[in-house]
Design a protein around this ligand. Structure first.
Ligand code: ZN
Length: 317
C-alpha cells in the first residue's frame, strides 16, 4: 500500500501573549518567524508560524495568540511536549542560553540510550524539550540569532499523553502509515519515517488528569502528506474508519483536513506544499501581515483589531 503520511508537518499551540511569544520563539529559541498571518477560522486572532529557513514540514511550530487566555493543563488526551532537535555538541550552549534568559530547565536525561533531553516550558507553560543527537543532518535557521551549528534543526519528536496507547497506536499504524520503532517503560515511539522530525511518542499516564485546553497547551498536530491526491486518499481511509474528517480546507500554504483521534487529540493532515513562499519571497518571510485573498477586503479592520507587535531580536543575540 502506498505511504500517504510521511511524518510530522506542524504543531499548533495556544498562547496568551503575542509579543512575548515572538520574544520566546524567534528571540530566545532563535527560530525563524516564517509567516505572520491570522487564524483563517477567527480572523481577529494572529497565526504565527515558526520554523527553519523556509519553514519545512517537520519543524514548524505555530501559535494562535489569544491575548490573556486562561492557562490550560497538561494531561491525558493531549500533546503535552514538543521536542526540538539539536546537535549533540550543543548541550552546553543551550543550557547557558536558557539560563541567560531565566528559563528554568530540568537536569539532562538520557532517553532510548542515545538521546540527551532537557525539559523546559515557555512563559505559558507549554511543554518543550531540547533533544541532543548526532543523527540529524538538517540545518535549521542558519541566518538567525543562534550560531548555525547550534540552531534548532526542527522537531525531534512530539509526546502525546494517553490513558493507554493502544487506540491511538492503532490509528497511527493502520491509517497513518506509522510503525512502532521503540518502546521503553510507559513510552511507545512511532514514526512514518525513522528520522528526527517524525517521532510520535505515546506516553501512558493512567493516573494523570485529562488535559484542559488553554494557553500553554497544544491545539492540534498536523501530519504531512505529499500531495492533494494523497490527502484525498488519506481522507478516504479515515472515512472508512468512521473518524469523520472535515472537508479539505485551503490554508494558503497547504491544504488541510482535521479529525479527532480516539484518545481526544485533534489531528490534521496537511500537504507538504505549496509552502510559505507562495505569498512572499524567502528573504522577506514573516515580515509583513499576510492575509488570504478572501480577507484582503477587510485588511484595515483586521489590522486594527490585532494587538501591535514589534519584532526586535537584537536583545536576544
Ligand atoms: Zn494546523
Amino acid at each position: 500500500m502506498q505511504q500517504l503520511i510521511t511524518g510530522i508537518h506542524h504543531v499548533t499551540a495556544l498562547t496568551s501573549d503575542a509579543q512575548k511569544n515572538i520574544g520566546f520563539y524567534a528571540g530566545i529559541l532563535g527560530m525563524r518567524l516564517v509567516k505572520k498571518t491570522v487564524n483563517f477560522d477567527a480572523k481577529e486572532v494572529y497565526h504565527f508560524y515558526y520554523g527553519d529557513e523556509t519553514g519545512q514540514p517537520g519543524g514548524i511550530l505555530t501559535f494562535f495568540p489569544y491575548q490573556g487566555l486562561v492557562g490550560g493543563r497538561h494531561g491525558k488526551g493531549m500533546l503535552n511536549t514538543s521536542a526540538f532537535s539539536l546537535s549533540i555538541d550543543s548541550l552546553d550552549y543551550w543550557t547557558d542560553r536558557l539560563s541567560k534568559f531565566d528559563v528554568n530547565y530540568k537536569a539532562p536525561q538520557e532517553r532510548f540510550g542515545n538521546e540527551v533531553v532537557i525539559y523546559f516550558e515557555d512563559f505559558d507553560g507549554l511543554g518543550l524539550e531540547l533533544v541532543f543527537t548526532d543523527k540529524d543532518k538538517r540545518l535549521g535557521y542558519i541566518h538567525g540569532p543562534i550560531p548555525p551549528e547550534h540552531a534548532i534543526k526542527g522537531f525531534f519528536n512530539v509526546e502525546i499523553g494517553q490513558e493507554g496507547y493502544e487506540r491511538t497506536a492503532g490509528l497511527l499504524t493502520e491509517q497513518l502509515d506509522h510503525t512502532l520503532i521503540a518502546e521503553k517503560g510507559n513510552r511507545f515511539r512511532f514514526a512514518a519515517a525513522d528520522a528526527p522530525g517524525n517521532y510520535v511518542d505515546i506516553v501512558c499516564m493512567p493516573d494523570s488528569l485529562r488535559g484542559l485546553s488553554g494557553s500553554g497547551t497544544v491545539h492540534h498536530i498536523a501530519f504531512a502528506t505529499p500531495t492533494r491526491e494523497t490527502q484525498d486518499q488519506a481522507r478516504s481511509r479515515l472515512i472508512q474508519r468512521q473518524l469523520n474528517p472535515t472537508p479539505v480546507l485551503d490554508r494558503n500554504y497547504f491544504t488541510s483536513i482535521y479529525f479527532r483521534e480516539p484518545g481526544g487529540v485533534l489531528f490534521e493532515i496537511a500537504t507538504a506544499g505549496p509552502g510559505f513562499q507562495v505569498d512572499e519571497p524567502e528573504d522577506q518571510l514573516g515580515q509583513s501581515l499576510k492575509l488570504p485573498a478572501q480577507f484582503e477586503k477587510d485588511r484595515a479592520s483586521i489590522e486594527k483589531a490585532l494587538p501591535p507587535i514589534t519584532i526586535d531580536l537584537s536583545k536576544y543575540e
